[in-house]
Design a binder for this molecule. Structure first.
Ligand code: ZN
Length: 327
């Protein structure tokens, strides 16, 4: 049995726009997005703070990166995310930047599922960006303060309404310039038990801007077992959710290698990516908070939460269909 529209609508109601009024729109019509009123709703504030000039573009191994991390650790503590490995939420790794060795730090935690299964989902977004170049700060509001803020909002929602399966939350460093943070994570023997339990990794990278109100989700071509679930999510999503950008025949428009999900792809682990089409501000100093349309971004974040909750509910079936995740 696939997830019914009724269930999807119910899941949607548990959305991340805390304090929103219940609504049951027909799947074919985008519902109005209510104004956020609850103080817990920090979606826009998180992007604004992460993409502010004092974060200096959040380059891996930089002071700005450390400042962003300190802010995120505060937010994760506020949400109440538990560490996923021994110790705290910080997962440091060594990498290089311009040939020089630096330390990057992923942030890693887990929300425990209530369903009694060992299987797990990974929910991730990279928080680093490209820093300062020629005196100009690259604020990386869409890339990828937006994905991080959406992950925080979804994490807060999952804390309020627990998932069936463990959700491993990863805010990843060092994506820009080589996916070093996620590679350090999947290569870490300490992470292997969690990786073995992981059925599916959900990656958000650039989810806040679209002139056409379109969000893409990739992964359904590479992992056809996921496609029916993605189609169900698309039918109920409050944005136009398009499946695509993971067919190798698309050449450079195949985004399989373009973000952190690549590290999961390379070990044969199913993944789903959410993101928008490239825009003129992509990797420019103009990728600023002010350019983010709040309405679309809220719809986009709600769409990803809908997907996460759908995957969570169907994870046992997805595991059986895709061969992912031991139990
Ligand atoms: Zn990015």
């Amino acid at each position: 049995m696939k997830v019914s529209r009724g269930l999807l609508a119910a899941v949607l109601l548990a959305g991340i726009v805390a304090g929103c009024a219940p609504q049951q729109p027909p799947a074919s019509v985008a519902p109005p997005v209510p104004q956020a009123s609850a103080p817990a709703d920090k979606l826009m504030e998180d992007v604004r703070i992460l993409a502010a000039d004092d974060m200096q573009g959040r380059l891996v191994g930089s002071e700005g990166g450390a400042k962003a991390r300190a802010y995120l650790l505060g937010r994760l503590a506020e949400i109440g995310l538990a560490p996923a490995l021994g110790g705290g939420l910080e997962h440091p790794f060594r990498t290089t930047r311009g040939g020089a060795p630096v330390t990057g730090v992923n942030l890693l935690g887990v929300i425990s599922g209530t369903g009694g299964s060992d299987r797990a989902l990974v929910l991730m977004a990279h928080y680093d960006h490209v820093g300062v170049r020629d005196g100009q700060i690259y604020n990386g509001a869409d890339d990828n303060a937006s994905g991080v803020a959406a992950v925080l909002a979804i994490t807060a929602s999952l804390k309020q309404q627990a998932p069936l399966h463990d959700v491993i939350v990863a805010l990843v460093d060092g994506e820009e310039g080589g996916l070093s943070g996620v590679r350090a994570l999947v290569d870490d023997p300490a992470f292997k038990p969690l990786l073995d339990r992981t059925v599916l990794a959900v990656n958000l990278d650039m989810v806040s801007r679209s002139d056409k109100n379109e969000l893409y989700t990739a992964g359904g071509f590479r992992f056809p077992a996921l496609k029916p679930y993605l189609q169900d999510v698309a039918a109920a999503a409050p944005v136009t959710l398009k499946l695509g950008h993971d067919d190798p025949a698309m050449g450079k428009d195949d985004w399989t290698s373009q973000s952190d999900h690549m590290a999961f792809h390379q070990i044969g682990k199913p993944w789903v990516y959410f993101g928008v089409e490239d825009h003129p501000d992509y990797h420019q100093p103009t990728d600023d908070f002010a350019a983010i349309p709040e309405d679309f971004f809220r719809r986009s974040a709600r769409t990803v939460e809908l997907a996460v909750r759908t995957f969570d509910r169907r994870l046992e079936t997805i595991a059986a269909e895709s061969g992912g995740g031991s139990n």
